[in-house]
Design a protein around this ligand. Structure first.
Ligand code: LMR
Length: 394
């Protein structure tokens, strides 16, 4: 039977990661996959994670299964981190998932189960794996305008105009903060306009939040999600702990299904647990347990928040340094958007040819759509990147 299999398309982010590893050049800069790196190029284990792991090692007495939904204490802690008090707990069904991707996958499966004819509207561009999973599941995808290639901000008029073609029951996929790949985000007035539109047309928002704490701060980054969750009859939220807790390989995510109708909560909870059972039975526990320990312990939580804030401010500093350097080299303000964007990524908005030229000529690895991971830089490599951008003629 295996002879019938055909090569599957390579994921362009992961393919780039491999190319970088294979490049023998000394001088090379990895601005590809969305993994945080400190100034020395290391992806550190956060202090609070280390401390929680130590405590867990001492205290954990069993590795027997948790529940299909994961440990309820994890869901409670994450719901409060993401939603604060925006939505009553009894309206939220939630399950632990293997990473944010697991949450996204389960959300799409839930959508397909609930409404097989629902289309999912995705921003142009969006995280490529959104589109890949939707296609794999046979769910119709419609792109809506999002990124203004002139200003490198959000083309909000275009977005709203395109979303007006959605029909009742269609799903609108939004990025909670730190839009991947563009770095261009909705402001609170724009979030409100999206809420008004989805309510007017009976659309279901689905929010992917994978970078809470990397943009304007933990609370600030959740403001859009909270507004939506409190103001619409139904929504889905897929969250990741990979980045803000730095536990990428532990695969720690959460999927929430919110309904203002409390009776739907039990049905949603049962369906989400069923989906976990069909796909992998019990979700991974290690990362979820560490996150729960940190969020529920005042000292660990304070230390985690401090380290996360240092990471966020470090990335903001690099953004400013890069924007300043590009202004100096180009003698213009046309790269000012890099300082305005938030999160790990900025989309330069240039061609795949010039991205390739920077890779060949200067060992700069950014995703072909010209997404660069700010956290892949440090104070010494910013001038090298700025020069490569200008030399390539961006
Ligand atoms: C990214 O966009 O680089 C990250 O979300 C990692 C991934 O899985 O693609």
């Amino acid at each position: 039977m295996f002879e019938t299999l055909k090569p599957q398309p390579a994921d362009k982010i992961l393919a780039l990661m491999q190319m970088y590893r294979d490049d023998p050049r000394e001088q090379k800069i990895d601005l590809g996959v969305g993994v945080y790196k400190d100034a020395t190029g290391l992806t550190p284990v956060m202090r609070a994670i280390k401390a929680a792991e130590h405590k867990l090692w001492e205290e954990q007495t069993t590795k027997a299964y948790t529940g299909l939904a994961g440990d309820p204490a994890y869901a409670d802690a994450m719901i409060s981190l993401i939603l604060g008090t925006a939505v009553a707990r009894d309206k939220i069904a939630a399950v632990a998932t293997p990473g944010g991707t697991g949450a996204v996958r389960q959300a799409f499966e839930l959508i397909r189960m609930a409404n097989p004819s629902a289309r999912v509207f995705v921003s142009d561009p969006t995280w490529p794996n959104h589109v890949s999973i939707l296609k794999f599941l046979g769910i119709e995808t419609v792109a809506y305008r999002y990124f203004d290639r002139e200003t490198r901000g959000v083309d909000f008029d275009g977005m709203i105009e395109d979303l007006k073609s959605a029909k009742a029951g269609d799903v609108v996929l939004l990025h909670g903060c730190c839009h991947n790949p563009t770095g261009a985000n909705l402001n609170q007035t724009e979030w409100q306009a999206v809420v008004d539109l989805v309510n007017e047309r009976g659309l279901i928002p689905m929010i992917d939040i994978a970078y809470q704490g990397f943009g304007d701060g933990l609370e600030e980054d959740a403001a859009g999600v909270r507004l939506v969750a409190a103001s619409v009859p139904e929504c889905l939220i897929a969250a990741s702990c990979s980045k803000n807790f730095g536990i990428y390989r532990e695969r720690t995510g959460l999927l929430m299904a919110i309904s203002q109708d409390g009776a739907a909560q039990a049905q949603n909870q049962q369906t989400l647990a069923f989906l976990n059972r069909q796909n992998y039975s019990f979700p991974p526990d290690h990362g979820a347990r560490l996150v729960t320990m940190i969020l529920n312990d005042d000292a660990l939580r304070a230390d985690w928040m401090q380290e996360l804030e240092d990471v966020r401010l470090g990335m903001l500093g690099l953004r400013q340094q890069l924007a300043d350097e590009l202004q100096r080299l180009s003698g213009s303000d046309r790269f000012g958007f890099i300082a305005q964007h938030r999160g790990m990524f900025s989309l330069l908005g240039t061609t795949a040819e010039l991205v390739e030229k920077m890779r060949v000529d200067a060992g700069i690895y950014m995703v072909g759509d010209s997404r660069l991971n700010i956290a892949g830089l440090n104070a010494q490599t910013v001038p090298i990147l700025a020069k490569a951008i200008i030399d390539a003629g961006v």
